[in-house]
Design a protein around this ligand. Structure first.
Ligand code: PLP
Length: 228
């Protein structure tokens, strides 16, 4: 077995154990392989080990790998922050965008989604730890943003995404994820169609995220190894 295949088996058992610990069905938790900086061949191995959802952060790099892997039925998630000049390529080449934090970007993604494609799935990134340097909308701005995004035709508002301040303390990790879940529940009360996704949890904190309701964990290092 390749290292990537072994790593995926290990991540899957971590997810299963975390789900069991909080009595959630493991099937509720999607495993998104974050392949930034790793070659297309590594993504191919992850696919052969049973993963279909791939996350990328850098547009040019992602488009090159997509071209190399065009024969595989992969679902592509864009995880990076999206500048206005990148919206067209994201709308054309991805199935999900996880880090949308402004209405203007969501409007452009909707307008530029090619006719005939299903709506682009969107998660709104929330700056849950209130870090000055982080992107993401402030929790207080989320209700208005979510209600406006919900009205757009060619995007589908699916959920919230967070990257909390790193912490080695499980309780601190859980607190940030819990706040995110409560925010989702609160905002769902204002929407026509409730959001069904919490994109939260990475290699070092997936257990805490699952305990607080994660439906997508985004795993890079624990699958592909350290990034250079
Ligand atoms: C890189 C990245 C990840 C994966 O992080 P790991 O710690 O390597 O698992 C997850 N989410 C986002 C948004 C990232 O940029």
């Amino acid at each position: 077995m390749s290292t990537i295949t072994e790593n995926i088996a290990r991540v899957r058992s971590r997810i299963a154990a975390a789900a069991q610990a909080c009595q959630r069905p493991a099937g509720q938790i999607g495993l998104l392989a974050v392949s930034k900086t790793h070659p297309a061949s590594a993504i191919g191995q992850a696919y052969r080990a049973g993963l279909h959802d791939m996350g990328e952060n850098y547009l040019q790099e992602a488009l090159e790998k997509q071209a190399q892997l065009s024969d595989l039925p992969l679902v592509w998630h864009f995880l990076g922050n999206i500048q206005s000049n990148k919206t067209r390529a994201v709308a054309e080449h991805f199935d999900w965008a996880h880090a949308v934090d402004r209405l203007k970007i969501a409007e452009r993604l909707s307008a530029q989604r090619p006719a005939g494609r299903s709506p682009l799935n969107i998660c709104l990134q929330v700056n849950i730890s209130g870090e000055a340097s982080k992107s993401g909308c402030a929790p207080a701005e989320l209700p208005e943003l979510a209600r406006a995004v919900e009205k757009l035709d060619n995007v589908r508002l699916r959920g919230l995404m967070v990257i909390p301040q790193p912490s080695h303390d499980t309780e601190e990790q859980r607190a940030a994820f819990r706040q995110t879940r409560l925010l989702l529940e609160q905002v769902n009360g204002l929407l026509q169609t409730p959001m069904d996704c919490l994109s939260m949890g990475m290699s070092d904190d997936l257990e805490a995220a699952i305990a607080e309701g994660a439906t997508w964990v985004r795993i890079g290092t624990a699958i592909f190894g350290a990034r250079s």
